[in-house]
Design a protein around this ligand. Structure first.
Ligand code: NAD
Length: 413
């Protein structure tokens, strides 16, 4: 049976606390969220009936700055999932060294069965419920699964009406018209590419490599685009239905255009069609899971041929698979580092909102690159020094930063 994401988080944090020589007190504090806000929100459905949805916000840790993390609208959202995701946000923000803590929110609802009006009502009700607890210097939500810039727009509007003032920094991932940041859309894929560049430099690998990418949504597409532009060959991509393989490499922009025309991946000219499972086991140098969690497990990890796995999805490699890959000499670039470009540009959005001074896309990208590269280098150095994996190196970096802040605040001795 798979461990829950929260159990995995606790194991990894406990190991990092022991290696770094912090006290048991830190371990105990990092196992419990600082605040949990939960309750039902009620809206009037389009059919006139009253509809109730469980709603959550978990404020995990704010030792390094205001809580930060997305809100998901999903039928399976529950307090355990939100708690694990909030804890991982504290780790992710600490890995990239941005001055924010960790939080996460959710509403257990199925947006596919709700009208636009009902979704707006849920967004506004969530903002009303959380209004006393969030704020630009307190807790800064953002979009996540099935929540959009438009939904963030409704939430900011409701929050500002309640407080009677403008406060765009309360939520990131807003539409550009309300103070969203340029460059947010490609940020996660681009951040992952910057980390990959830094890894290849550390390995002194100057070859043009063959790359397979699972998932061709926002993150997968931009990762493919930047990897292709750097001269590597993207040999396979996939969506939820199927995967395509082109031995000499495909052009991600052309594949994206093909999809935007409403055509199936399998109709892409000159491509061999395969399953997602086959894509993961392809003969290639780099594998980029950019779709879902638990994709590389104990059963298929022995068949992975790639020497590098860049985790752009959250949790695509299970801990059991991690051990198998380590023994095979595969370098796994962990999600908390590889996909942290998204939250880093969210941080840039907040900086622009609180300063009231807005940047060009070029400025956003030029500030993102050194943050991603330095975070990689620091995680890599810690991993080398302590003879552990890059995932453990990233956790060491994060727990060190959070632990120091907890100590300086006098929350632990
Ligand atoms: P998206 O919805 O734009 O794209 C998801 C892609 O995965 C689509 O191509 C979809 O067809 C594919 N997919 C769905 N089910 C699949 C399956 N069973 N097998 C293979 N492919 C499947 O989402 P996204 O924003 O690109 O996010 C992708 C992943 O990255 C998620 O795990 C998300 O949590 C993570 N992530 C995203 C961001 C961000 O900024 N968007 C930041 C950090 C992490």
């Amino acid at each position: 049976m798979l461990n829950t994401p929260f159990e995995n988080y606790k194991l990894r944090v406990a190991r990092a606390v022991d290696t770094l020589g912090f006290s048991e007190e830190l371990k105990a504090k990092l196992e419990v969220p600082q605040n949990i806000i939960e309750g039902d929100i009620t809206i009037k459905g389009d059919d006139g009936s009253e509809k109730k949805f469980p709603a959550y916000r978990v404020q995990f840790n704010n030792a390094r700055g205001p809580y930060k993390g997305g809100i998901r609208f999903h039928p399976d959202a529950d307090i355990d999932e939100v708690k694990a995701l909030a804890a991982l946000m504290a780790i992710k923000c600490a890995v990239v060294g941005i001055p924010l803590g960790g939080g996460k929110g959710g509403v257990a609802c199925n947006p596919k069965e709700l009208s636009k009006n009902e979704i707006e009502q849920i967004a506004r009700a969530w903002a009303r419920m959380m209004a006393p607890s969030i704020g630009a210097n307190k807790d800064i939500p953002a979009p996540d699964v099935y929540t959009t810039p438009q939904i963030m727009g409704y939430m900011v509007d409701e929050f500002e009406k309640i407080h009677g003032r403008s406060e765009p920094g309360v939520i990131t991932g807003k539409p550009l018209s309300m103070g969203g940041s340029k460059g947010r859309t490609p940020a996660t894929g681009l951040g992952g590419f910057y980390v990959l560049e830094a890894l290849l430099e550390a390995l002194d690998d100057k070859r043009k490599l063959r790359v397979a990418i699972q998932g061709f949504g926002n993150v997968g597409f931009y990762a493919a685009k930047f990897i292709h532009e750097a001269g590597h060959k993207v040999i396979a991509v996939s969506d939820s239905k199927e995967a395509i393989y082109v031995q000499d490499g495909l052009d991600p922009i052309a594949v994206n255009q093909h999809k935007e025309e409403g055509k199936k991946l399998s109709d892409y000219p000159g491509a061999e069609v395969m399953t997602n499972e086959q894509l993961l086991e392809l003969e290639c140098d780099i594998l980029v899971p950019a779709a879902l969690d638990n994709q590389i497990r104990e059963d298929n990890a022995p068949n992975i041929k790639a020497k590098i796995i860049l985790e752009l999805a959250n949790g695509p490699v299970t801990p059991a698979a991690d051990d198998i890959l380590k023994n095979k000499g595969v370098t796994v670039v962990p999600d908390v580092l590889a996909n942290a470009g998204g939250v880093t540009v969210s941080y840039f959005e907040w900086v622009q909102n609180v300063s009231g001074f807005y940047w060009t896309e070029e400025e956003v990208f030029s500030k993102l690159r050194p943050i991603m590269q330095e975070s990689f280098q620091q995680s890599f150095m810690l991993a080398e020094e302590k003879h552990v994996t890059l995932r453990e190196g990233a956790f060491l970096l994060a727990v060190k930063r959070i632990g120091e802040a907890m100590k300086d605040r006098g929350r632990i001795s």
